[in-house]
Ligand binder design. Structure first.
Ligand code: GDG
Length: 487
């Protein structure tokens, strides 16, 4: 990459809803910026390391945005959101309209025209901010469902740019997508890009079908051809855009090193001891989100305890549920329900000093999560729908000792790659219980064989491979990149 000076703009620009850092104000008023949690930042952090680039995103608090500032070689460009925009664009349209539609309508989506107007307005602001910092002919990588209009809004302003978009979450079947009153505008927004990356081939196919059915565009192979529209609406110009699967991954080497460090190893021993050195530790690590299947998992665990198949102190279940979107009603209800269930299970099956379910509604440091992974004999990843699920990839990688077992929902993007996991359908509680027992009781050699295959897959397809694949597809779009560009 050719380094660019800030006066002429940057040759590489990332746009995502959030900046990769969060602001912390200390009691003495001093400000510290810390890496923010979440799948997108975890993935992009190692990709951006030492790259001269700009990152355009919201700083995470309402009101005036701070001035752009540098974090190493990275220029951070905060986009302001008012309190009302946080409620309407972010909590409303992004997390209460799009998120449920894009995740199989597990909870009903809410439609408000005022939310849509805020979404459009904020997408315009992002497009302007990118247009300002991008050098002539720069590559722009737009991320995720919060910014689906940015590709076309940006192309209107800067036709010289090469624009890619990556969807971290699923793209829904056209039957669900069509419920959106703003479906045509969203597709037209996306078609402003040169290349659209999805987690699974099915997501790319769903997008192509939506273009055919909603816009009457032609979709052949993996290229959508849109003749344009005779109106002054967003993205009216003719376009040829490639849409394909580029599954995301993790910084496998970084995690292996962290997991093997003496500090983390000490924590592994301490955590196991504080759980009472059980024979089997079952673990879940998720944002507290209804897509993650935590309720179904707890139901299966509750029944296994009731059946006498598992019992503390020999078998314990630890659920880390990272706080998430707490101002959205569906998330508040989910938290109440989960905490009620955990309380009931513990009331029935725990004894003094022997807790059946350890429930931690907290956010932990990366080191602590790496230690928890190594404490887990069986990792339960049971989403009802998930774009990829990085936790599954992190778990198999953190188990550098070759131990452990992964129970994985077939409704995750990760299931397309991690075929040797103990696969489950989380809706089938009887099947889920059987799978959990199999993962506990299978013979150690079989478990090790599975884990070794899973680790190899993640090792051979890490986050750097993912970024390389995305960027070469973007450079070659609408054609496919030459084969040699991917490992
Ligand atoms: C979206 C898509 C897609 C969790 N708790 C803590 C913590 N985490 C880390 C995990 C993992 C990340 O957050 C979560 O990533 P996921 O992939 O599991 O899920 P989403 O947040 O829903 O991410 C998803 C992803 O984007 C990437 O494209 O896979 O499908 O929904 O890295 O380890 N990290 C720390 N403390 C915690 O308490 N430090």
């Amino acid at each position: 990459m050719v380094p660019a000076s800030s006066s002429s703009g940057f040759d590489f620009v990332v746009a995502a809803n959030r900046l990769p850092v969060d602001r912390h104000v200390h009691p003495d008023g001093s400000v510290e910026w810390r890496t923010s949690p979440g799948g997108l930042v975890t993935a992009m952090e190692s990709v951006m390391q030492d790259r001269e680039a700009a990152w355009v995103g919201w700083a995470g608090f309402a009101g005036e945005a701070p001035e752009p500032f540098d974090d190493g070689a990275l220029r951070l460009c905060p986009v302001p959101l008012s309190t009302e925009e946080v409620a309407d664009y972010y909590e409303g349209f992004s997390n209460d309209t799009l998120w449920p539609i894009y995740h199989d309508v597990i909870v009903p989506p809410t439609f408000h025209r005022s939310w849509w107007h805020a979404y459009r307005r904020v997408n315009e602001r992002f497009a302007e901010a990118v247009a300002e910092v991008a050098a002539e002919g720069a590559t722009v990588w737009v991320h995720d469902y919060q910014l689906q209009l940015v590709p076309a809004l940006l192309r209107d302003r800067r036709p010289d740019l090469r624009i890619g978009w990556f969807n971290h979450i699923p793209f829904p079947p056209v039957e669900l997508f069509s419920q959106l009153p703003w479906r045509a505008a969203i597709l037209r927004g996306l078609l402003g890009a040169d290349f659209l990356g999805f987690q699974r081939a099915d997501d790319a196919r769903n997008f192509m079908r939506a273009c055919r059915s909603v816009l009457r565009a032609t979709a052949k192979g993996d290229v959508v051809t849109w003749a344009g529209a005779d109106d002054a609406q967003l993205g009216a110009a003719p376009r040829r855009v490639r849409a394909a699967a580029v599954p995301i991954s993790i910084d496998a080497q970084g995690l292996r090193e962290l997991a093997g460090s003496p500090e983390v190893q000490d924590r592994v021993t301490e955590i196991r001891a504080s759980l009472g050195n059980p024979k089997v530790v079952l673990l879940g690590v998720d944002r507290l989100d209804y897509t993650k299947g935590i309720r179904h998992r707890l139901r299966a665990i509750g029944e296994l305890l009731e059946d006498g198949e598992i019992a503390p102190p020999d078998v314990v279940f630890v659920q880390i549920a990272t706080p998430s979107r707490e101002r959205v009603e569906a998330y508040r209800l989910l938290r109440e329900e989960i905490e009620g269930t955990v309380g009931r299970i513990n009331g029935d099956f725990s004894h003094l000093g022997d807790t059946a379910v350890h429930y931690l509604h907290q956010s932990f440091g990366r080191e602590e999560i790496a230690a928890f992974f190594q404490v887990a004999d069986v990792m339960l990843v049971t989403p009802l729908r998930d774009g990829m699920n990085l936790v599954a990839k992190e778990y198999v990688t953190a188990r550098h000792d070759g131990g452990g077992a992964l129970v994985l929902s077939e409704f995750t993007g990760a299931a397309m790659e991690l075929r040797q996991a103990y696969m489950c359908n989380p809706h089938d509680i009887a099947g889920l219980k059987e799978t959990i027992l199999r993962a506990i009781r299978d013979n150690p050699a079989a478990k090790r064989r599975r884990m070794s295959a899973l680790r190899r897959r993640v090792h051979n397809h890490d986050v750097q491979t993912w970024a390389g694949e995305f960027l070469s597809a973007l450079a070659a779009a609408p054609d496919r990149p030459a084969k040699s560009s991917s490992r």
